[in-house]
Design a protein around this ligand. Structure first.
Ligand code: F6R
Length: 612
């Protein structure tokens, strides 16, 4: 996911593009760049880091023009760096392009361009092939060159291109990636999304798949894939830019909760392959042979906060499926206690940002002791990713809200896939079990959708209980791990005191806190522990606590011992965390909303903790 902006008018393209890019930073923010045709040449300025960095390097007045294109990047192919940042130019920079999407056959095109035209590539991106393709086909007509280039490409893209020889126009094209054209008076815009334009225009054309657009300062012409001009109705935007960035959601957190089916599906899709009719886990690019796996006598999972909670589930999955002992530790503790790590240890670091200092320091500590480092990371090219031997990326997309939601569920998917792969390779699970869990994983996006469709029920629970000052989360087995995450979500955004504990531990101390003012969220999704969990609920109910029960559909016994019950869809016990966490995320969100908290930016917290 990246953001693109193009402007064509009388002057000040640079300022308009920078304004637009700032509005698109939610689509990615690891690097940014701008291309402007000036004096018969195209000036490209790009820089790793946020838009503010770019602004500094193009402050000089000579870099102004009436036309230009810009980009804010969320790296997919090629680490975030100056050279990988967009725009990309062709061989002599007479063409420049910005791109959002993926070119699936870029390798093929790249080899062809090198072989047939001696093209020298500057970056590691798939995007650069587009600039060279257009450059090869260009003979004074940018529209025609873009159309020819698109014929060669497979994948998803929104592209905007400019040519030094036609400095009064932008050509853009879209397939499976968003694109809108903004209609001004004496100027026009192209962008990935409406917020980029709203400071300057309120009327837009929504560009559809396989359409190409030519923009000059006075005209926007849309063509279909047969080259015919298309008449499009004008769409009038009545909402403000802040709301638009969040795609109509009130906060990034709730938007990101809703993005989970997509993130889970995408993380799965990238790591599944067909092996002679059987769908298998594809760990291409990760070194994990049978010998490697058999050589590990221990796995260490290290992370912080929510990522640590994902590690707890990872432990259960790897121990169950691969039969290797797993230790899970918070990174801040791991690094100071001389842990038992050596060449026979597989060290798994989990981190959304890939920049958490404690996790990075723990990784370095494990590396210095000879462990192999595999990281599960969301931000491509981040420090954790760069310093690891192997990286398993989550495909959650940029997570903006401080409270982590979609990163957690996609981290769980990675942990299941690693466990399945190790178990199958080692022969510690049967083919039937492998296929069974694989099918359970594939069914998750739809089941998460089914939970999200019941959001109102959770909002009603939040309205009823938001005034509580002490909220406990209890569960057994995997449910206890999810309890920790539910409790963390609630306390970090609602500031309610909350505590999570393995339900079997209650009677060893914590039950002393239970009284009629307590609210207990009781997770009972593990079939084989269900009856024991119902007994634990009875124990706290006897002390007067109010209970919200969480169980699988059909497990209705819990209704007799709870004030309220929320059901998740039926699924294998192993994968319940991906489902049971969703109502807990929603509960935290709606409680915080009832209490008027700053949900996306809770007090005292930061998205990326780069200090000890
Ligand atoms: C909680 C939360 C934090 C992070 C933790 C690790 O909602 O977001 O607990 O999970 O700071 O961050 P990463 O995953 O970036 O290493």
């Amino acid at each position: 996911m990246c953001g693109i902006v193009g402007f064509v008018g009388e002057s000040h393209a640079k300022e308009k593009i920078i304004d637009g890019l700032k509005r698109l930073e939610y689509r990615g923010y690891d690097s940014a760049g701008i291309a402007l045709p000036i004096n018969g040449k195209i000036e490209i300025r790009k820089h790793v880091g946020e838009i503010a960095n770019l602004e500094k390097i193009i402050g000089e007045p000579e870099y102004d023009a009436p036309v230009g294109i810009g980009h804010t990047r969320w790296a997919t192919h090629g680490a975030p760096s100056d050279v990988n940042a967009h725009p990309h130019g062709n061989q002599d920079n007479s063409i420049a392009i910005v791109h959002n999407g993926i070119i699936e056959n870029y390798q093929e095109i790249r080899e062809w361009l090198i072989r047939e035209f001696g093209v020298e590539f500057k970056s590691e991106t798939h995007t650069e092939v587009i600039a060279h393709l257009i450059g090869i086909y260009y003979d004074g007509d940018l529209l025609q060159a873009v159309n020819k280039a698109v014929e060669e490409m497979r994948g998803a893209y929104a592209i905007a291109a400019i040519a030094a020889d036609e400095p009064d126009k932008i050509v853009a094209v879209r397939k499976d990636a968003p694109l809108v054209a903004g209609i001004g008076k004496g100027f026009n815009f192209i962008a990935s999304d409406i917020p980029a334009l709203l400071k300057y225009v309120r009327e837009v054309y929504l560009i559809e798949n396989n359409e190409t657009v030519v923009l000059t300062k006075d005209k926007i012409t849309i063509y279909n894939d047969k080259g015919e001009t298309v008449k499009r109705d004008v769409f009038h935007v009545s909402w403000d830019a802040d709301a638009a960035e969040k795609e109509g959601y009130e906060h990034f957190m709730i938007k990101e909760i809703h993005e989970q089916p997509k993130g889970i599906g995408e993380t799965l899709l990238r790591r599944l392959k067909d092996e002679g009719g059987i769908e298998t886990v594809n760990l291409d690019g990760i070194s994990m042979t049978k010998e490697d796996i058999e050589g590990y006598d221990k796995v260490y999972i290290v992370a912080c906060g929510t990522a640590y909670h994902a590690g707890l589930i990872g432990k259960m999955a790897i121990e169950k499926m691969a039969k290797i002992p797993v230790d899970v530790d918070v990174a801040s503790a791991f690094r100071y206690r001389d842990p038992f790590v050596n060449e026979k240890t597989l060290f798994i670091a989990i981190s959304q940002s890939g920049e958490t200092l404690d996790t990075l320091a723990a990784l370095r500590e494990a590396k210095s002791k000879g462990a192999r480092i595999l990281s599960v990371v969301n931000v491509v090219g981040s420090s954790v990713a760069r310093e690891s031997d192997d990286v398993f990326y989550t495909w959650a997309g940029p997570e903006i809200a401080v409270a982590s939601t979609k990163a957690y569920t996609t981290q769980l998917i990675c942990m299941y896939l690693i466990a399945l792969y190790m178990g199958r390779t080692k022969g510690t699970i049967t083919d039937e079990y492998y296929t069974f869990i694989m099918n359970e994983l594939k069914a998750l996006p739809e089941k998460v959708e089914a939970i999200l469709a019941q959001e109102d029920k959770i909002a009603a629970l939040a309205a009823k209980f938001h005034h509580k000052e002490h909220i406990f989360f209890i569960g057994r087995g995997l449910d206890s791990c999810v309890s920790y995450e539910g409790s963390l979500k609630l306390k970090e955004i609602s500031y309610i005191h909350s505590f999570a504990i393995a339900a079997g531990e209650l009677k060893h101390g914590t039950i002393a806190l239970m009284d009629p003012d307590s609210l207990v969220v009781a997770l009972a999704t593990q079939d084989f522990l269900y009856e024991k969990m119902v007994s634990n609920i009875v124990e706290v109910q006897a002390r007067g606590a109010r209970i919200i029960g969480l169980a699988k559909e059909g497990k209705t016994e819990i209704e007799k011992v709870s004030d309220e019950v929320f059901y998740i869809p039926q699924c294998a016990d192993e994968v319940t965390p991906v489902l049971s966490v969703v109502p807990l995320q929603l509960f935290a969100y709606y409680v915080a909303k009832e209490r008027g908290c700053n949900i996306d930016k809770p007090k005292n917290l930061a998205k990326s903790v780069t200090v000890e």
